[in-house]
Design a protein around this ligand. Sequence first.
Ligand code: BGC
Length: 515
Amino acid sequence: MAGGGYVPDSGTKQFQGRVTGFVLIACIVAACGGLIFGYDIGISGGVTSMDSFLSKFFPSVYKKEKEGHHESMYCKFDSHLLTLFTSSLYLAALFASAVAAYVTKVFGRKISMLFGGIVFLAGAILNGVAVDVAMLIVGRLLLGVGVGFANQSVPLYLSEMAPSQLRGALNIGFQMAITIGILVAGLINFTFASKDWGWRASLGLAAVPAIMITVGSIFLPDTPNSILARGNTEKAREMLKKIRGTDNVDEEFQDLIDATHAAMRVDGQWSTILKPEYRPHLAICFLVPFFQQFTGINVIMFYAPVLFKTLGFGDDASLMSAVITGLVNVFATFISILAVDRLGRRALFLEGGIQMIVSQVLVAVMIAKAFGSAGVGVMSKADSLLVLILICFYVAAFAWSWGPLGWLVPSEICPLEIRSAGQAINVAVNMAFTFIIGQFFLTMLCHMKFGLFLFFACWVVVMTLFIYFFLPETKNVPIEEMNNVWRKHWFWGQYIPDDAVVGTASSTKIKDMEA
Ligand code: BGC
């Protein structure tokens, strides 16, 4: 049924060339793209739990928090202004990614990264020196524009620069950098939290990854694909020779030319992706990022310190707990790198989903036991430790399933003519729902109480069933042959016309394997 793996034919093209210095530098710049995104995700929760920050910018939240236990635990951080501080960034990134898609296409990937880096740097400086909420929010919007540009251009840059045999590893390398950014942010929050100016250091230090991506992109060459698409054939060929470290690039260059022509023949990739034969791709590019956010992961990533404080942890213990979940996140992402091409995407999605459901239900039960629906009570030390362990269990499950696969799967299932439209949908949907969760989580916690964890658990049940029935296995399938997979799927097969499948000769070279 929904499963089924593929063995690619042994004649899959391998081009000449080696891993050159250029490709390695591209990895480092990609890491910076992931770092700025991860740093933002990780920094805001810690900052919004710092007393010096709250008393300066959000005095009413600060007062409510200090008033003690007579009000519901679930509601003491509920402030739209406070959540707007966190989530405004993702709204800006959502709109910026649409502009970034255009800039990336017309002016190249490099200019897009450079612009993203500079705007992000301006945002970091503005936040570090902020004297009022307006400066904070404008700073966050600038950071968001930077993230929008980086998330659109860096993954594209990477997949165009990387030799094909490195593409999968590099893709999850981006997620790895995100998790490292989150962890570093957690450590920085922990280090500076007790200082009066701690929040300035936390927010201002975002300038470090910003300088890295800005300076890095000045020295980077543009990709051959991008140079070619802008009409400079000879320059593109020279660049390909340079990055592959060989003169023998004719075959790969021909592929680039074919791909560029094919993409040019399609009039309007937006109208194309809406055609029935692209229904599976459209559905996956929309639903995967949507589901990724409805795992509830950013409740933990943004608000772990606030959440742990709500559970009765002290200030330091709350920030330390965020560092612990950050470490688990990095470590489990590494496991995903090792497993993704062996166990396959489906196995990781299904196992991760089940593990998340179990953890979320147990967390809900523990919180209900301690605080009931009135939100009054205390959690014992032993129980709060158990909640921390369950949350680590949940984060690990996300980090080897929906975290990296949420970016990998949409990027590998689309044929070239709709690949960048698919990627733009993926980024935009991801940012839109990150914004929604970021903006409404504290209010949802206030109203749904411990039921919030059950709410997300229900969503994980839905998405796990979706994966089981609707996502075919794509491990080891060459990108150009992906339509074979869709064609054979029990449901999506009806949408794929015969002529959209790579020649019958090729399909016969691919044989089914037991799931
Ligand atoms: C998600 C982020 C999330 C992060 C956690 C990413 O894949 O897109 O929203 O915060 O993983 O590691």
